[in-house]
Every structure is written in structure tokens, then in C-alpha cells.
Write a protein that binds this ligand. Structure first.
Ligand code: G6P
Length: 460
């Protein structure tokens, strides 16, 4: 069996289930074949010699963690400047928030080259390499330039925008051409595939060889939608475990006379938090019976605070929450409980289960696993209702959620009311169907499908 090499900007420890996200997603694939997980390390002094920047740490499950330290200037330009100051906003359709500076692009290219050089020194000829997310799009091209011929796959966790939005990105042709160094490119949704196909044909003049393969630049690129899922069983086990149960018991007691709504997000402008608050305000204004009743617990975990747009969105959100609480609170009731910090991972399923309604209303999102976690955490006998933005990748699978357009404040407010009033039988039926879906398309199926497809492709 070939060794699996996973590359992502952030590395996790797959032996610790609480580290969440990608770590859980890739943990079993890495442990099965033995593997290497490579990513960014610490920020170090620019004078630190290259051979002192690469660190290898064997974990206790046949997995080695490899990290490469970066200089402050490189890291800032690559992570804050280009990945999160340009690619993140553009790929989430926010050209207005992108700051193009050639120095940042230079740093992005430089860091990808440094990663490739360090990684190439650790590779074995029959390794399978799986690169993750927008920080590392040119990595395979850099590896190929060093002579690497291993199979290399790429998975984009965020959306791929429509052709003309991508085309507004200076250097888009260089960036998209770099995809052709991969043997397989995975996207989150069919909508993203439509955008990729259109871009490749119209901008890269690629030949459509089949629904999932394109020819250009003397290379063939295979691409497909591989919607990421949850480790459903572990998540349900976490929901049954003491920390979640304690959280649930406390919240049930506190909110016995009220209806709890929940939102859990990184504080990111893609998550539609101001729009969500406006919809919640409209609900309270138009439906006075929800006052003293509906209480929204909004966790907004600090994220990328070194990027300017994140400071702006925080101020906007806090001003809206403050105004709603000021206008509607009573001595014994506050409509929004806003927490600007992450919730402990083990407590999260308890909060989901205590809630009657989850508000997952991003303006654009690659997938959004909060939506799937909320479904997994529910009691099937008395499940809560998911209000989900149609612009989250998850909406392609969770069609039994109440799908909303988060820009439409009035309609979102009405959907929240509908969710609060939904009869038990309808809640059960919708939940049953969504649970079956997230079970069938769980994270194990996701990584198996991606890696099997990658193994099927003839190597470069
Ligand atoms: C999204 C991205 C990930 C990223 C995560 C947290 O889910 O797709 O690649 O790791 O956000 O963002 P951060 O900048 O803190 O790594």
C-alpha cells in the first residue's frame, strides 16, 4: 500500500479527535497506510538557516508530522496578504474586499516553492500526495518543477467562483493553469464544477474530454465534486459523552421557558452574520409573540484578526447585537447571547441538541460542516430544525432543511418563525432524511472516493 502524504497550511494531530475538522477527516486515512502530514510551522527570524526550519515529529499512530517554519515577511505575505487578503474574498465572491498587491503574490509563490523544496526531500517514489485548500494551489506545479512524478491530488475546501469573478483576479490564468499539475482536483459541490468547467473552456481554452476531464497545456486534468462530510459516529458519540450532556442539561434548565436558537461560526464576513441578526430583529419586530421567548446564542469565534476586513465585520456585528439587545431586552430576558470566543469542542453537540433551531446562513460557503453537525447532534425523537442558506455547499445535500436566501431579510425571518413552529412529525421526517444523507456521505466515504479516484488516474 502506498504511503499517504497530506499537505495543508494548518496541521492537526489526527490522534486527538477534539482537534476537529481536517484532522479527524484525514486521521483514519493517514493511520491506515501510515503517513506524513506536512504544513506550516512557526514564524521564525529570517536569518534562521533552511535546515533548521524543517521539523519532524512522529506521532503515536504511524503518522509523522512535518512542519516548515517561515519568516515573518513570507508568512504575512502568503497567509494574511494573498491567501486571506485575496484568494479568500475572491473565491467567496467578494471582489470588493480583495486587496491586490504584487508583493503578496510574490510571497505566496515563494512559500509554495519553499514548501515544495522541503517536502520533496521527504518523499518516496510511490507516495500518494493529497494537497488541501487555497493556500497551496501552485504546490504541485512547484513539485513537478523539482521532478516529482508521484500522483498528486488537490481538494479545494472553499467555493470556486464563476468565470467572470475569477477572471477579475490579477494572475488568474497563472493560478488556474497551476491546477493542471495535479492529477485530480476535487471541489465541494456541483455548482463549483459548473464554474470550473466554464472557466476552463472559456478562459483556458481547454478541451472538454468528458464530463470530468479537460485537456489543456499538454496535460489532462480530472476534476469532480467530492462533498466533504462528518465523522458522524464520532460526533454522535461526542454528543452522548458527559461534557455535551452536562452542557445540554444546564441549557435545558436555563431555557426551560424559552426557545433556543443557535449559530456557531468563525467571525468571518462570508458567514452572513449581520444579515442573520437583521433577520432575527425582523422576527422580533413582526412577531411580538416571539419576544421573551426566542433567544439566539451566537458563538462567533475570533478568526484572522490580522486581516482588516475581519475587524470591520466584528464591529458591524457587535453594533447590531448591541442595538437588538438594547431595543428588545427585558429585565429577565436578553434576545441575543453573543460570545466572541470558540466553544470547547466537546460541549458543542450539547448546545446543538438544546437548540430548537440552528441558523446556518452564510452568504457563500464551500460546504459548512456546522449544518451537518447540528443534524448529527439531534435527538431523532424530538429534533431541532435547520435553517440553511442556499448558498452553502451543504444545501446541495441537505434539501430537507429550510433553505433561505440570507440577503432576503423578511423571508429569512419568516423561515425562522416556521422553524420555531414546525410540528413534531414534520421535524422528525426532515431530520430522518438529512441524517440518512450525512451518514451515507460521511467523511470516510469522502476520503475513500477521492483517493480511489486519484489512484485510478494514470500518474504524471
Ligand atoms: C476554512 C478553510 C481552512 C482553514 C479554516 C480556518 O475552513 O477552508 O483551510 O484552515 O477555514 O481558517 P484559518 O485561517 O484559521 O486556518
Amino acid at each position: 500500500m502506498s504511503r499517504l502524504v497530506v499537505v495543508s497550511n494548518r496541521v492537526g494531530d489526527p490522534s486527538k479527535p477534539s482537534s476537529g475538522g481536517l484532522a479527524v477527516a484525514l486521521g483514519d486515512a493517514l493511520t491506515k497506510s501510515g503517513g506524513l502530514w506536512f504544513g506550516a510551522g512557526e514564524v521564525v527570524d529570517a536569518a534562521t538557516p533552511t535546515d533548521q526550519r524543517l521539523h519532524l515529529k512522529p506521532l503515536d499512530n504511524k503518522v509523522t508530522l512535518a512542519t516548515l517554519d517561515l519568516s515573518r515577511e513570507d508568512y504575512d505575505g502568503y497567509y494574511r496578504g494573498y491567501a486571506n487578503g485575496v484568494l479568500w474574498p475572491v473565491f467567496h465572491y467578494r471582489l470588493d474586499l480583495a486587496h491586490f498587491e504584487s508583493g503578496h503574490l510574490d510571497a505566496y509563490r515563494r512559500v509554495n516553492r519553499q514548501f515544495a523544496q522541503a517536502l520533496a526531500s521527504l518523499l518516496q517514489p510511490d507516495d500518494i500526495i493529497w494537497v488541501h485548500d487555497y493556500h497551496l494551489i501552485p504546490l504541485a506545479a512547484e513539485l513537478r518543477a523539482l521532478g516529482c512524478q508521484q500522483r498528486i491530488g488537490f481538494f479545494l475546501h472553499i467555493p470556486l467562483p464563476p468565470q467572470l469573478i475569477l477572471a477579475a483576479l490579477p494572475g488568474h490564468d497563472w493560478l488556474m493553469r497551476a491546477l493542471f499539475a495535479y492529477d485530480l482536483v476535487g471541489l465541494q459541490s456541483e455548482a463549483d464544477m459548473v464554474h470550473l468547467r466554464r472557466y476552463l473552456v472559456a478562459e483556458a481554452h481547454a478541451e472538454e474530454l468528458s464530463e470530468h476531464s479537460f485537456g489543456a497545456f499538454n496535460r489532462m486534468l480530472r476534476a469532480g465534486a467530492f462533498p466533504i462530510g462528518l465523522d458522524v459516529d464520532s460526533f454522535i458519540a461526542m454528543a452522548e459523552a458527559p461534557p455535551a450532556q452536562e452542557t445540554l442539561a444546564t441549557l435545558r434548565q436555563q431555557y426551560a421557558q424559552r426557545q433556543l436558537l443557535v449559530g456557531i461560526d468563525r467571525l468571518d464576513y462570508s458567514k452572513g452574520l449581520p444579515q442573520r441578526m437583521k433577520a432575527f430583529r425582523t422576527l422580533l419586530e413582526r412577531h411580538p409573540e416571539t419576544r421573551q421567548q426566542a433567544t439566539l446564542v451566537q458563538i462567533a469565534a475570533p478568526s484572522r484578526e490580522e486581516v482588516e476586513a475581519y475587524g470591520d465585520i466584528r464591529r458591524e456585528l457587535e453594533s447590531l447585537c448591541g442595538a437588538i439587545n438594547g431595543d428588545f431586552s427585558e429585565l429577565d430576558w436578553t434576545p441575543i447571547r453573543y460570545l466572541h470566543k470558540p466553544l470547547e469542542r466537546e460541549a458543542v453537540p450539547g448546545l446543538y441538541r438544546a437548540a430548537k433551531v440552528a441558523l446556518v446562513t452564510p452568504l457563500r460557503d464551500g460546504m459548512n460542516l456546522v449544518a451537518k453537525e447540528f443534524v448529527a447532534a439531534q435527538d431523532p425523537a424530538d429534533p431541532g430544525v435547520l435553517v440553511l442558506s442556499r448558498f452553502a455547499g451543504a444545501a446541495e445535500q441537505l434539501t430537507e432543511a429550510l433553505l433561505v436566501n440570507p440577503y432576503d431579510t423578511d423571508a429569512t425571518a419568516e423561515a425562522i418563525l416556521h422553524a420555531l413552529k414546525m410540528p413534531l412529525e414534520e421535524r422528525q421526517l426532515r431530520h430522518q432524511r438529512m441524517l440518512a444523507n450525512i451518514r451515507e456521505h460521511d467523511v470516510h466515504a469522502w476520503q475513500r472516493r477521492f483517493l480511489e479516484t486519484l489512484m485510478d488516474v494514470s500518474p504524471a
